[in-house]
Ligand binder design. Structure first.
Ligand code: TYD
Ligand code: MG
Length: 454
Protein backbone atom coordinates (compact mmCIF):
# COMPACT_ATOMS: atom_id res chain seq x y z
CA UNK A 1 0.00 0.00 0.00
CA UNK A 2 1.29 3.41 -0.87
CA UNK A 3 2.45 5.52 1.99
CA UNK A 4 -0.02 8.23 2.88
CA UNK A 5 1.45 11.59 2.05
CA UNK A 6 0.53 14.51 4.18
CA UNK A 7 1.26 18.19 4.09
CA UNK A 8 0.48 21.27 6.09
CA UNK A 9 -1.88 23.82 4.66
CA UNK A 10 -2.60 27.34 5.80
CA UNK A 11 -6.35 27.50 6.41
CA UNK A 12 -6.36 31.15 5.57
CA UNK A 13 -4.56 31.37 2.23
CA UNK A 14 -4.00 27.77 1.21
CA UNK A 15 -0.18 27.90 1.28
CA UNK A 16 1.44 24.49 1.58
CA UNK A 17 4.43 23.56 3.72
CA UNK A 18 6.13 20.28 4.58
CA UNK A 19 6.24 21.11 8.30
CA UNK A 20 3.95 22.81 10.76
CA UNK A 21 4.65 26.48 11.20
CA UNK A 22 3.36 29.01 13.67
CA UNK A 23 3.13 31.85 11.21
CA UNK A 24 2.21 31.50 7.58
CA UNK A 25 5.05 32.97 5.48
CA UNK A 26 2.61 33.71 2.70
CA UNK A 27 -0.23 35.59 4.38
CA UNK A 28 1.27 36.30 7.80
CA UNK A 29 -1.59 34.71 9.76
CA UNK A 30 -0.76 32.91 12.99
CA UNK A 31 -1.63 29.37 13.91
CA UNK A 32 -3.41 28.52 10.68
CA UNK A 33 -1.45 25.44 9.54
CA UNK A 34 -3.35 22.18 9.64
CA UNK A 35 -2.13 18.79 8.52
CA UNK A 36 -3.98 17.28 5.61
CA UNK A 37 -3.64 14.16 3.54
CA UNK A 38 -2.51 14.92 0.03
CA UNK A 39 -2.40 11.38 -1.26
CA UNK A 40 -4.22 11.20 -4.55
CA UNK A 41 -6.56 8.28 -4.85
CA UNK A 42 -5.80 6.79 -8.27
CA UNK A 43 -9.11 4.94 -8.63
CA UNK A 44 -10.93 8.12 -7.71
CA UNK A 45 -9.11 10.04 -10.38
CA UNK A 46 -10.22 7.65 -13.04
CA UNK A 47 -13.71 7.41 -11.67
CA UNK A 48 -14.01 11.15 -11.65
CA UNK A 49 -16.08 12.50 -14.47
CA UNK A 50 -13.72 14.47 -16.60
CA UNK A 51 -14.75 17.27 -18.85
CA UNK A 52 -11.81 17.49 -21.12
CA UNK A 53 -12.50 19.59 -24.10
CA UNK A 54 -10.06 19.68 -26.93
CA UNK A 55 -8.46 23.03 -26.52
CA UNK A 56 -6.35 24.76 -29.07
CA UNK A 57 -5.11 28.31 -29.36
CA UNK A 58 -7.33 30.60 -31.40
CA UNK A 59 -6.71 34.01 -32.88
CA UNK A 60 -8.60 36.54 -30.87
CA UNK A 61 -10.89 37.58 -33.72
CA UNK A 62 -11.79 33.94 -34.41
CA UNK A 63 -13.35 33.61 -30.99
CA UNK A 64 -17.05 33.67 -31.42
CA UNK A 65 -18.63 36.35 -29.33
CA UNK A 66 -22.09 36.38 -27.95
CA UNK A 67 -21.86 33.77 -25.25
CA UNK A 68 -21.72 36.57 -22.73
CA UNK A 69 -25.46 36.77 -22.95
CA UNK A 70 -27.12 37.78 -19.77
CA UNK A 71 -29.98 35.88 -18.27
CA UNK A 72 -32.19 37.47 -15.68
CA UNK A 73 -32.27 35.65 -12.35
CA UNK A 74 -35.79 36.87 -11.71
CA UNK A 75 -34.52 39.24 -9.06
CA UNK A 76 -33.75 42.78 -10.16
CA UNK A 77 -31.46 43.47 -7.24
CA UNK A 78 -29.42 40.32 -7.81
CA UNK A 79 -29.22 41.05 -11.55
CA UNK A 80 -27.89 44.50 -10.80
CA UNK A 81 -25.21 43.15 -8.46
CA UNK A 82 -24.19 40.58 -11.06
CA UNK A 83 -23.70 43.41 -13.54
CA UNK A 84 -26.93 42.94 -15.50
CA UNK A 85 -27.79 39.26 -15.10
CA UNK A 86 -26.21 35.84 -15.11
CA UNK A 87 -23.40 35.16 -17.57
CA UNK A 88 -23.15 31.70 -19.09
CA UNK A 89 -20.56 29.46 -17.53
CA UNK A 90 -19.85 31.79 -14.67
CA UNK A 91 -18.93 30.58 -11.21
CA UNK A 92 -20.37 32.79 -8.51
CA UNK A 93 -19.49 32.61 -4.85
CA UNK A 94 -22.08 33.90 -2.39
CA UNK A 95 -20.61 34.45 1.05
CA UNK A 96 -22.17 35.50 4.31
CA UNK A 97 -22.51 34.77 8.00
CA UNK A 98 -24.65 31.84 9.08
CA UNK A 99 -28.33 32.73 9.22
CA UNK A 100 -28.06 35.83 7.09
CA UNK A 101 -30.21 34.37 4.31
CA UNK A 102 -27.89 32.84 1.71
CA UNK A 103 -29.93 29.67 1.35
CA UNK A 104 -33.14 31.67 1.19
CA UNK A 105 -31.77 33.91 -1.56
CA UNK A 106 -30.49 30.98 -3.59
CA UNK A 107 -33.68 28.98 -3.25
CA UNK A 108 -35.67 32.02 -4.24
CA UNK A 109 -33.59 32.34 -7.41
CA UNK A 110 -34.02 28.62 -8.06
CA UNK A 111 -37.79 28.97 -7.81
CA UNK A 112 -38.13 32.24 -9.72
CA UNK A 113 -35.77 31.95 -12.66
CA UNK A 114 -37.57 31.59 -15.96
CA UNK A 115 -36.84 29.12 -18.72
CA UNK A 116 -34.03 27.29 -16.94
CA UNK A 117 -34.04 23.99 -15.17
CA UNK A 118 -32.36 24.40 -11.80
CA UNK A 119 -30.57 21.83 -9.71
CA UNK A 120 -30.32 22.94 -6.10
CA UNK A 121 -27.78 20.81 -4.30
CA UNK A 122 -28.05 20.99 -0.56
CA UNK A 123 -25.37 19.51 1.63
CA UNK A 124 -26.67 21.13 4.76
CA UNK A 125 -30.40 20.66 4.79
CA UNK A 126 -32.64 17.70 4.11
CA UNK A 127 -35.08 17.62 1.22
CA UNK A 128 -37.94 18.18 3.66
CA UNK A 129 -36.28 21.26 5.07
CA UNK A 130 -35.74 22.72 1.63
CA UNK A 131 -39.34 21.94 0.70
CA UNK A 132 -40.56 23.65 3.87
CA UNK A 133 -38.57 26.73 3.03
CA UNK A 134 -39.85 26.68 -0.53
CA UNK A 135 -43.43 26.54 0.74
CA UNK A 136 -42.70 29.53 2.90
CA UNK A 137 -41.32 31.51 0.00
CA UNK A 138 -44.04 30.37 -2.38
CA UNK A 139 -43.61 29.27 -5.98
CA UNK A 140 -45.46 28.85 -9.22
CA UNK A 141 -44.64 25.90 -11.38
CA UNK A 142 -40.84 25.93 -11.06
CA UNK A 143 -38.54 23.59 -12.96
CA UNK A 144 -36.45 23.03 -9.87
CA UNK A 145 -34.83 19.84 -8.62
CA UNK A 146 -33.46 19.32 -5.13
CA UNK A 147 -30.55 17.01 -4.49
CA UNK A 148 -29.03 16.23 -1.12
CA UNK A 149 -25.57 14.99 -1.95
CA UNK A 150 -22.07 16.06 -1.07
CA UNK A 151 -19.87 13.80 -3.16
CA UNK A 152 -18.84 15.65 -6.30
CA UNK A 153 -18.46 12.49 -8.41
CA UNK A 154 -22.07 11.58 -7.67
CA UNK A 155 -23.12 15.16 -8.23
CA UNK A 156 -21.49 15.14 -11.67
CA UNK A 157 -23.47 12.08 -12.61
CA UNK A 158 -26.73 13.70 -11.58
CA UNK A 159 -25.74 16.82 -13.48
CA UNK A 160 -25.26 14.78 -16.63
CA UNK A 161 -28.63 13.10 -16.14
CA UNK A 162 -30.71 16.14 -15.29
CA UNK A 163 -28.86 18.57 -17.53
CA UNK A 164 -29.79 21.75 -15.66
CA UNK A 165 -29.46 25.33 -16.86
CA UNK A 166 -28.38 26.58 -13.46
CA UNK A 167 -26.73 24.88 -10.50
CA UNK A 168 -26.77 26.03 -6.89
CA UNK A 169 -24.46 24.41 -4.37
CA UNK A 170 -25.24 25.03 -0.71
CA UNK A 171 -22.54 24.99 0.54
CA UNK A 172 -19.08 24.56 -0.93
CA UNK A 173 -17.76 23.65 2.52
CA UNK A 174 -19.83 20.46 2.54
CA UNK A 175 -18.58 19.16 -0.81
CA UNK A 176 -16.24 16.22 -0.94
CA UNK A 177 -14.33 14.64 -3.79
CA UNK A 178 -12.99 11.10 -3.99
CA UNK A 179 -9.74 12.38 -5.40
CA UNK A 180 -8.60 13.73 -2.08
CA UNK A 181 -8.88 11.99 1.23
CA UNK A 182 -9.02 14.87 3.67
CA UNK A 183 -12.28 15.76 5.36
CA UNK A 184 -14.96 18.00 3.89
CA UNK A 185 -14.43 21.68 4.51
CA UNK A 186 -10.64 21.46 4.57
CA UNK A 187 -8.65 23.70 2.30
CA UNK A 188 -7.60 20.98 -0.11
CA UNK A 189 -11.17 19.65 -0.42
CA UNK A 190 -12.58 23.09 -1.04
CA UNK A 191 -9.91 23.87 -3.58
CA UNK A 192 -10.42 20.62 -5.46
CA UNK A 193 -14.21 20.54 -5.39
CA UNK A 194 -14.45 24.17 -6.43
CA UNK A 195 -12.06 23.44 -9.27
CA UNK A 196 -14.30 20.58 -10.38
CA UNK A 197 -17.33 22.85 -10.36
CA UNK A 198 -15.36 25.45 -12.25
CA UNK A 199 -14.45 22.92 -14.92
CA UNK A 200 -18.09 21.91 -15.13
CA UNK A 201 -19.24 25.51 -15.51
CA UNK A 202 -16.64 26.39 -18.12
CA UNK A 203 -17.11 23.32 -20.26
CA UNK A 204 -20.89 23.19 -20.22
CA UNK A 205 -21.65 26.90 -20.01
CA UNK A 206 -23.98 26.37 -17.08
CA UNK A 207 -23.71 29.06 -14.41
CA UNK A 208 -22.97 27.74 -10.93
CA UNK A 209 -23.66 29.45 -7.62
CA UNK A 210 -21.49 28.34 -4.72
CA UNK A 211 -22.61 29.28 -1.25
CA UNK A 212 -19.74 29.81 1.17
CA UNK A 213 -19.60 30.44 4.89
CA UNK A 214 -17.81 33.25 6.52
CA UNK A 215 -15.59 32.94 9.56
CA UNK A 216 -15.98 35.00 12.70
CA UNK A 217 -13.55 37.61 11.48
CA UNK A 218 -15.48 38.11 8.27
CA UNK A 219 -13.33 36.16 5.82
CA UNK A 220 -14.82 33.58 3.55
CA UNK A 221 -14.13 30.51 5.62
CA UNK A 222 -10.76 29.15 4.71
CA UNK A 223 -10.59 29.81 1.08
CA UNK A 224 -9.02 33.04 0.00
CA UNK A 225 -8.07 30.80 -2.89
CA UNK A 226 -11.74 30.43 -3.75
CA UNK A 227 -11.95 34.14 -4.41
CA UNK A 228 -9.30 33.79 -7.08
CA UNK A 229 -10.96 30.84 -8.75
CA UNK A 230 -14.46 32.16 -9.12
CA UNK A 231 -15.65 34.85 -11.53
CA UNK A 232 -17.77 36.75 -9.07
CA UNK A 233 -17.77 37.06 -5.31
CA UNK A 234 -20.93 38.34 -3.71
CA UNK A 235 -21.19 39.07 -0.05
CA UNK A 236 -24.48 38.96 1.77
CA UNK A 237 -24.44 41.07 4.87
CA UNK A 238 -26.61 42.93 7.30
CA UNK A 239 -27.25 43.44 10.95
CA UNK A 240 -29.31 40.53 12.17
CA UNK A 241 -31.34 42.82 14.39
CA UNK A 242 -32.62 44.63 11.35
CA UNK A 243 -34.50 43.03 8.53
CA UNK A 244 -32.34 44.61 5.84
CA UNK A 245 -29.77 42.65 3.93
CA UNK A 246 -27.20 43.97 1.54
CA UNK A 247 -25.73 42.01 -1.30
CA UNK A 248 -22.40 43.43 -2.37
CA UNK A 249 -20.18 42.47 -5.27
CA UNK A 250 -16.62 42.21 -4.00
CA UNK A 251 -15.21 40.92 -7.24
CA UNK A 252 -16.91 40.69 -10.60
CA UNK A 253 -15.33 39.72 -13.88
CA UNK A 254 -18.50 40.70 -15.68
CA UNK A 255 -19.42 43.97 -14.06
CA UNK A 256 -18.68 46.63 -11.51
CA UNK A 257 -17.41 45.50 -8.13
CA UNK A 258 -19.04 48.35 -6.30
CA UNK A 259 -22.60 47.32 -7.01
CA UNK A 260 -25.06 46.73 -4.26
CA UNK A 261 -28.50 45.18 -3.88
CA UNK A 262 -30.83 45.63 -0.95
CA UNK A 263 -33.30 43.11 0.36
CA UNK A 264 -35.61 42.88 3.29
CA UNK A 265 -36.09 39.59 5.13
CA UNK A 266 -39.79 38.97 5.53
CA UNK A 267 -41.83 36.04 6.77
CA UNK A 268 -42.16 34.81 3.22
CA UNK A 269 -38.61 35.21 2.04
CA UNK A 270 -36.56 38.12 0.80
CA UNK A 271 -38.28 41.13 -0.67
CA UNK A 272 -36.41 43.46 -2.98
CA UNK A 273 -35.99 47.01 -1.86
CA UNK A 274 -35.86 49.11 -4.98
CA UNK A 275 -36.06 52.48 -3.28
CA UNK A 276 -33.60 52.29 -0.40
CA UNK A 277 -33.72 55.94 0.61
CA UNK A 278 -37.23 55.56 1.90
CA UNK A 279 -36.29 52.87 4.38
CA UNK A 280 -33.02 54.43 5.41
CA UNK A 281 -34.60 57.67 6.50
CA UNK A 282 -36.32 57.02 9.80
CA UNK A 283 -39.80 58.40 9.89
CA UNK A 284 -39.62 61.31 12.28
CA UNK A 285 -42.18 63.98 12.79
CA UNK A 286 -40.36 66.33 15.05
CA UNK A 287 -36.91 67.79 14.81
CA UNK A 288 -34.36 66.18 17.08
CA UNK A 289 -30.74 67.10 17.58
CA UNK A 290 -27.91 64.85 16.51
CA UNK A 291 -29.48 63.69 13.26
CA UNK A 292 -28.16 64.53 9.80
CA UNK A 293 -28.90 63.04 6.41
CA UNK A 294 -26.17 62.21 3.89
CA UNK A 295 -26.66 61.83 0.18
CA UNK A 296 -24.39 58.91 -0.62
CA UNK A 297 -23.77 56.73 -3.66
CA UNK A 298 -23.22 53.02 -3.38
CA UNK A 299 -22.34 51.41 -6.66
CA UNK A 300 -24.29 53.43 -9.16
CA UNK A 301 -27.23 54.10 -6.94
CA UNK A 302 -27.76 57.24 -4.87
CA UNK A 303 -29.13 56.66 -1.39
CA UNK A 304 -30.06 59.02 1.38
CA UNK A 305 -28.86 57.71 4.68
CA UNK A 306 -29.50 59.05 8.12
CA UNK A 307 -26.62 59.43 10.55
CA UNK A 308 -27.19 59.86 14.25
CA UNK A 309 -24.70 61.13 16.77
CA UNK A 310 -24.85 61.38 20.52
CA UNK A 311 -22.34 63.56 22.33
CA UNK A 312 -22.41 63.47 26.11
CA UNK A 313 -20.05 64.20 28.96
CA UNK A 314 -17.78 61.25 29.64
CA UNK A 315 -18.69 59.48 32.83
CA UNK A 316 -15.24 57.96 33.22
CA UNK A 317 -11.76 59.28 32.63
CA UNK A 318 -11.35 58.00 29.09
CA UNK A 319 -14.09 59.09 26.74
CA UNK A 320 -15.74 56.43 24.63
CA UNK A 321 -16.02 56.48 20.87
CA UNK A 322 -18.29 53.97 19.34
CA UNK A 323 -19.67 53.55 15.82
CA UNK A 324 -22.08 51.26 14.07
CA UNK A 325 -21.79 51.24 10.32
CA UNK A 326 -18.83 53.60 10.23
CA UNK A 327 -15.10 53.30 10.75
CA UNK A 328 -14.14 54.34 14.31
CA UNK A 329 -10.75 55.60 13.14
CA UNK A 330 -12.39 57.88 10.66
CA UNK A 331 -14.70 59.17 13.40
CA UNK A 332 -11.66 59.93 15.55
CA UNK A 333 -10.15 61.84 12.67
CA UNK A 334 -13.29 63.89 12.16
CA UNK A 335 -13.44 64.64 15.88
CA UNK A 336 -9.82 65.78 15.81
CA UNK A 337 -10.63 68.09 12.90
CA UNK A 338 -13.55 69.57 14.83
CA UNK A 339 -11.38 70.03 17.90
CA UNK A 340 -8.57 71.72 16.01
CA UNK A 341 -10.55 73.82 13.52
CA UNK A 342 -13.68 74.75 15.44
CA UNK A 343 -12.29 74.72 18.93
CA UNK A 344 -14.75 72.10 20.13
CA UNK A 345 -13.65 70.48 23.32
CA UNK A 346 -14.69 66.96 22.48
CA UNK A 347 -11.76 65.40 24.32
CA UNK A 348 -13.85 64.97 27.45
CA UNK A 349 -16.99 63.80 25.67
CA UNK A 350 -18.34 60.39 24.80
CA UNK A 351 -19.28 60.23 21.14
CA UNK A 352 -21.59 57.58 19.71
CA UNK A 353 -22.41 57.30 16.07
CA UNK A 354 -25.01 55.24 14.33
CA UNK A 355 -25.93 54.75 10.69
CA UNK A 356 -29.57 53.75 10.43
CA UNK A 357 -30.61 50.43 9.00
CA UNK A 358 -27.41 48.69 10.11
CA UNK A 359 -25.77 49.59 6.83
CA UNK A 360 -22.04 49.98 6.39
CA UNK A 361 -21.08 53.02 4.36
CA UNK A 362 -17.78 53.46 2.57
CA UNK A 363 -18.64 56.57 0.61
CA UNK A 364 -16.54 59.51 1.95
CA UNK A 365 -19.38 61.89 1.06
CA UNK A 366 -20.96 60.96 4.37
CA UNK A 367 -18.30 62.94 6.32
CA UNK A 368 -20.09 66.25 6.28
CA UNK A 369 -23.32 64.71 7.55
CA UNK A 370 -21.44 63.05 10.39
CA UNK A 371 -19.71 66.28 11.40
CA UNK A 372 -23.04 68.08 11.30
CA UNK A 373 -24.74 65.39 13.39
CA UNK A 374 -21.99 65.64 15.99
CA UNK A 375 -22.19 69.44 16.08
CA UNK A 376 -25.95 69.27 16.33
CA UNK A 377 -25.86 66.84 19.23
CA UNK A 378 -23.10 68.73 20.97
CA UNK A 379 -25.04 72.02 20.71
CA UNK A 380 -28.37 70.28 21.25
CA UNK A 381 -29.79 72.13 18.28
CA UNK A 382 -31.71 70.24 15.58
CA UNK A 383 -30.66 70.73 11.96
CA UNK A 384 -34.15 70.69 10.55
CA UNK A 385 -35.70 67.86 8.63
CA UNK A 386 -35.25 69.37 5.23
CA UNK A 387 -31.50 69.64 4.82
CA UNK A 388 -28.96 67.06 3.80
CA UNK A 389 -25.24 66.85 3.09
CA UNK A 390 -22.83 65.46 0.54
CA UNK A 391 -19.13 66.24 0.94
CA UNK A 392 -15.90 64.82 2.24
CA UNK A 393 -13.96 66.52 5.05
CA UNK A 394 -10.19 66.82 4.85
CA UNK A 395 -7.63 66.93 7.63
CA UNK A 396 -7.30 70.68 7.56
CA UNK A 397 -11.04 71.11 7.89
CA UNK A 398 -11.61 71.80 4.21
CA UNK A 399 -14.82 70.57 2.63
CA UNK A 400 -13.86 68.53 -0.38
CA UNK A 401 -15.80 67.77 -3.52
CA UNK A 402 -17.27 64.33 -4.18
CA UNK A 403 -18.08 62.51 -7.40
CA UNK A 404 -21.44 62.46 -9.17
CA UNK A 405 -22.77 65.42 -7.30
CA UNK A 406 -25.64 66.00 -9.74
CA UNK A 407 -27.04 62.58 -9.02
CA UNK A 408 -26.83 63.14 -5.28
CA UNK A 409 -28.60 66.46 -5.56
CA UNK A 410 -31.36 65.02 -7.74
CA UNK A 411 -31.97 62.17 -5.32
CA UNK A 412 -32.24 64.62 -2.41
CA UNK A 413 -34.59 66.79 -4.41
CA UNK A 414 -36.72 63.81 -5.35
CA UNK A 415 -37.17 62.91 -1.70
CA UNK A 416 -38.33 66.39 -0.80
CA UNK A 417 -35.25 67.92 0.80
CA UNK A 418 -35.08 71.69 0.60
CA UNK A 419 -31.38 72.36 1.16
CA UNK A 420 -28.24 70.41 0.39
CA UNK A 421 -24.77 71.37 1.58
CA UNK A 422 -21.95 70.48 -0.77
CA UNK A 423 -18.35 71.54 -1.31
CA UNK A 424 -17.79 74.93 -2.93
CA UNK A 425 -15.59 73.19 -5.47
CA UNK A 426 -18.49 71.02 -6.50
CA UNK A 427 -20.64 74.10 -7.13
CA UNK A 428 -18.66 74.90 -10.27
CA UNK A 429 -19.27 71.53 -11.81
CA UNK A 430 -23.03 71.49 -11.49
CA UNK A 431 -25.13 72.97 -14.23
CA UNK A 432 -27.19 76.10 -13.82
CA UNK A 433 -30.35 74.08 -13.97
CA UNK A 434 -33.29 75.56 -12.12
CA UNK A 435 -33.87 73.38 -9.10
CA UNK A 436 -36.41 73.31 -6.33
CA UNK A 437 -33.70 72.35 -3.86
CA UNK A 438 -31.36 75.03 -2.61
CA UNK A 439 -27.72 74.09 -3.10
CA UNK A 440 -25.27 75.64 -0.66
CA UNK A 441 -21.51 75.48 -1.22
CA UNK A 442 -19.18 75.50 1.78
CA UNK A 443 -15.41 75.38 1.92
CA UNK A 444 -14.52 75.13 5.61
CA UNK A 445 -15.87 73.29 8.63
CA UNK A 446 -16.15 76.58 10.53
CA UNK A 447 -18.41 77.91 7.80
CA UNK A 448 -20.75 74.92 8.08
CA UNK A 449 -21.11 75.58 11.77
CA UNK A 450 -21.95 79.25 11.19
CA UNK A 451 -24.44 78.48 8.43
CA UNK A 452 -26.22 75.80 10.44
CA UNK A 453 -26.56 77.46 13.79
CA UNK A 454 -26.69 81.20 13.30
P1 TYD B 1 -30.93 31.09 5.77
O1 TYD B 1 -31.25 31.33 4.36
O2 TYD B 1 -31.09 29.71 6.30
O3 TYD B 1 -29.46 31.58 6.13
P2 TYD B 1 -28.04 31.00 5.67
O4 TYD B 1 -28.28 30.03 4.58
O5 TYD B 1 -27.29 32.23 5.26
O6 TYD B 1 -27.45 30.39 6.90
O7 TYD B 1 -31.78 32.14 6.59
C1 TYD B 1 -32.27 31.81 7.78
C2 TYD B 1 -32.91 32.97 8.50
O8 TYD B 1 -33.86 33.68 7.75
C3 TYD B 1 -33.60 32.39 9.67
O9 TYD B 1 -33.22 33.09 10.81
C4 TYD B 1 -35.05 32.50 9.36
C5 TYD B 1 -35.11 33.66 8.41
N1 TYD B 1 -36.18 33.56 7.43
C6 TYD B 1 -37.18 34.51 7.42
O10 TYD B 1 -37.21 35.41 8.26
N2 TYD B 1 -38.18 34.43 6.47
C7 TYD B 1 -38.19 33.46 5.54
O11 TYD B 1 -39.11 33.42 4.69
C8 TYD B 1 -37.15 32.49 5.55
C9 TYD B 1 -37.14 31.37 4.52
C10 TYD B 1 -36.17 32.56 6.50
MG1 MG C 1 -27.89 27.96 4.64
Amino acid sequence: MAKIKTGFFCQSCGAQAPKWMGKCPSCGEWNTFVEEVIQRNEGGLKAAVQFQSESKPKRIEEIIQGNEQRVSTGSEELDRVLGGGLVEGSLILVGGEPGIGKSTLMLQVALQIKGKRVLYISGEESEQQVRMRADRIGYRDPDCYILTETNTQNIMQHLMAINPGLVVIDSVQTLQTNIIESSAGSISQIRETAAEMQRYAKTTGVPVFLVGHITKDGNLAGPKILEHMVDTVLQFEGDRNYGYRILRAIKNRFGSASELGIFEMRDNGLREVSNPSEILLSQRDEDVSGVAVASTIEGIRPMLIETQALVSTAAYGTPQRSCTGFDTRRLNMLLAVLEKRCGFRLGTKDVFLNITGGIKVDDPAIDLAIISAILSSSEDLPLGKHCCFAAEVGLSGEIRPVNRIEQRISEAEKLGFETIFISKNNLKSIGTLKRKIQVKGVSKVEEVFRLLFS
